[in-house]
Write a protein that binds this ligand. Structure first.
Ligand code: AMP
Ligand code: GLY
Length: 420
C-alpha cells in the first residue's frame, strides 16, 4: 500500500517511521517531510495548501491512504476535499476540526453538553472586554479565537497585562479577530489525553504530559513543546472513565448532532483539579512532541489502525501497548522561540545510538548533499523507552552528548515531576 503523509515535523517523521514497520506499507510520500523522512520515504516538494495540485499528485501515484499531521490543513477542509475524489484520508473533516479551529465553537459545545471547562465570556470589541476586566480577579486568561499555533493565549496577572492582550488580539496579531475569550484561570495539573475514533468507536491513544515553556522550571515563553513523557502521572482507571464520560463522549455526540462524525485523533488538553477533569482545549491531531513519545509504545500495526478508522471498523482492532515509560527531549536551535540561525550543519547524527528502545525523529531539518542542516526552531526529537523515566532521560542525554551540537539547546529538566 502507498501512503501519503502531510506535514514536516517530528510528529510526521514518527508517523512515517512507525508506518514503515508495517509489512503492508510499500511506499511512503511525505508532503514535504524533513531530513529524517528523506531516509525512509520520498519527500515531495509541493505546496499542500494547493489542494487541487495535491489531489492530482495523489491520484497520479495511486496513493491508497493519506494521513494529515498538522491542524491547519484539517481546519481548512483538506479531508473533505480529498474524500470528494474517493481518496482515503485519515483526519477529521472541516466541521469537526472547528474543535481546534475555533475556541468559541468548542466553548459553546461545552455549554450545550455540560462539559466541565473554565467559565468564560466572549467579547466583540476592546471597550466591552476592558470594561469586563474591571470586575474580575487575577490571574485571568485571554485567548484569541482563531488558530494561533499555541501563541494566542495570555495568562494575565494584572489589568495592564490584560489590556496588552486585548489590544494585540483585536489589532490582528493572530489574524483578523472579530472576538476574543476571557476565561477563568484553572489551577491544577495539566495532562494530555488522546483518543482515536472512526466516528463510532472510540479507543484510548494513551496519555502524556508536555513541557510547553522554553525555560527550565516551566518558565519563559510558550513554544510548540520542549519535551514530553508518557504516561501522565495522573492517569488512573477512575480518572479515565470521568474523562471519557464527562468530556470525550459528550463532545463526539455534539459533533454527531451536526450531522457528521469525528474520524481521526482527538487530543484533549485537560486540567485535573482534585481528580476531576476540566477541558482546556481540543486539538484535532496528535500532539507534537507527544506523538513522538507515544507512538514507539504502540505494538499494534499503525497502518491497520488508520485503515480501520477510514473504513469505520475500528471496533475490530485490538490495541496493544508496551508497558514501558517513554520520554522525549526536543533539541532546538539557539534563539528559539524567537529568532534563530538557519542552515547550520548538524554533524554527528550518525553517532547517535538507536535501537528498538531509542529513537531519533527529525523536525526542522533538511538534507543537502548527504549533509543534515537545521532549518527550523525545533530540530530533533530524542525518545527513549525504559522501565523508569530516569533511565529514559539518561539514555537520551548520553545520545545528546554524542551529538554535541553547538547550534542547539534543550531543557535538562524534562519529566522533573516524575523523576526524583
Ligand atoms: P491552550 O492553547 O488553550 O491549550 O492554552 C495554552 C496553555 O495555557 C495551556 O496549556 C495552559 O497551560 C494554559 N491555559 C489555558 N487556559 C487556561 C485556563 N483556563 N486556566 C489555566 N491555564 C490555562
Ligand atoms: N505539544 C502541544 C501541541 O502539540 O499542541
Amino acid at each position: 500500500m502507498k501512503i501519503g503523509i502531510i506535514g514536516s515535523g517530528g510528529r510526521e517523521h514518527a508517523i512515517c517511521q512507525i508506518l514503515k514497520n508495517s509489512n503492508k506499507v510499500t511506499e511512503i510520500f511525505c508532503f514535504p517531510g524533513n531530513a529524517g523522512t528523506a531516509n525512509i520515504a520520498e519527500n515531495i516538494n509541493l505546496d499542500f495548501n494547493d489542494f487541487e495540485n495535491l489531489k492530482n499528485f495523489i491520484l497520479e501515484k495511486e496513493i491508497d491512504l493519506v494521513v494529515v499531521g498538522p491542524e491547519k490543513p484539517l481546519v481548512d477542509g483538506m479531508v473533505d476535499y480529498l474524500e470528494k475524489f474517493n481518496i482515503k484520508t485519515f483526519g477529521p473533516n472541516k466541521i469537526a476540526s472547528q474543535l481546534e479551529g475555533s475556541k468559541i465553537f468548542t466553548k459553546k459545545l461545552c455549554e450545550k453538553f455540560k462539559i466541565p471547562t473554565a467559565k468564560f465570556g466572549i467579547f466583540y470589541n476592546k471597550l466591552d472586554a476592558k470594561k469586563f476586566i474591571e470586575t474580575i480577579n487575577f490571574p485571568t486568561v485571554i485567548k484569541a479565537d482563531n488558530l494561533a499555533s499555541g501563541k494566542g493565549v495570555y495568562i494575565c496577572n494584572n489589568r495592564k497585562e490584560t489590556h496588552v492582550a486585548i489590544d494585540e488580539i483585536f489589532d490582528g496579531k493572530f489574524g483578523d479577530a472579530e472576538n476574543l475569550l476571557i476565561e477563568e484561570f484553572l489551577e491544577g495539573e495539566e495532562m494530555s489525553y488522546f483518543i482515536i475514533s472512526d466516528g463510532e468507536t472510540i479507543k484510548s491513544f494513551e496519555t502524556a504530559q508536555d513541557h510547553k515553556r522554553v525555560l527550565e522550571g516551566d518558565r519563559g515563553k510558550n513554544t510548540g513543546g520542549m519535551g514530553a513523557y508518557s504516561p501522565s502521572r495522573l492517569i488512573t482507571e477512575e480518572l479515565e472513565k470521568k474523562i471519557l464520560n464527562k468530556i470525550i463522549k459528550p463532545t463526539l455526540n455534539g459533533i454527531n448532532d451536526l450531522k457528521t462524525h469525528y474520524k481521526g485523533f482527538l487530543y484533549a488538553g485537560l486540567m485535573i483539579i482534585d481528580n476531576e477533569p476540566f477541558l482546556i482545549e481540543y486539538n484535532v491531531r496528535m500532539g507534537d512532541p507527544e506523538c513522538q513519545t507515544i507512538l514507539p509504545k504502540l505494538k499494534t500495526d499503525l497502518f491497520e489502525i488508520f485503515m480501520a478508522c477510514c473504513n469505520q471498523k475500528l471496533n475490530e482492532i485490538n490495541f496493544e501497548w508496551s508497558n514501558k515509560k517513554s520520554l522525549c527531549i526536543v533539541l532546538c536551535s539557539k534563539g528559539y522561540p524567537d529568532t534563530f540561525k538557519k542552515n547550520i550543519e548538524i554533524e554527528n547524527i550518525d553517532k547517535i545510538n538507536l535501537n528498538s528502545d531509542n529513537y531519533l525523529f527529525h523536525a526542522g531539518t533538511l538534507k543537502k548533499d548527504k549533509k543534515i542542516y537545521a532549518v527550523g526552531g525545533r530540530v530533533l526529537n530524542l525518545v527513549s523507552l525504559s522501565d523508569d523515566f530516569k533511565n529514559c532521560k539518561n539514555n537520551i542525554e548520553k545520545n545528546l552528548d554524542k551529538l554535541n551540537w553547538d547550534g542547539g539547546f534543550y531543557r535538562k529538566d524534562i519529566g522533573y515531576k516524575v523523576i526524583k
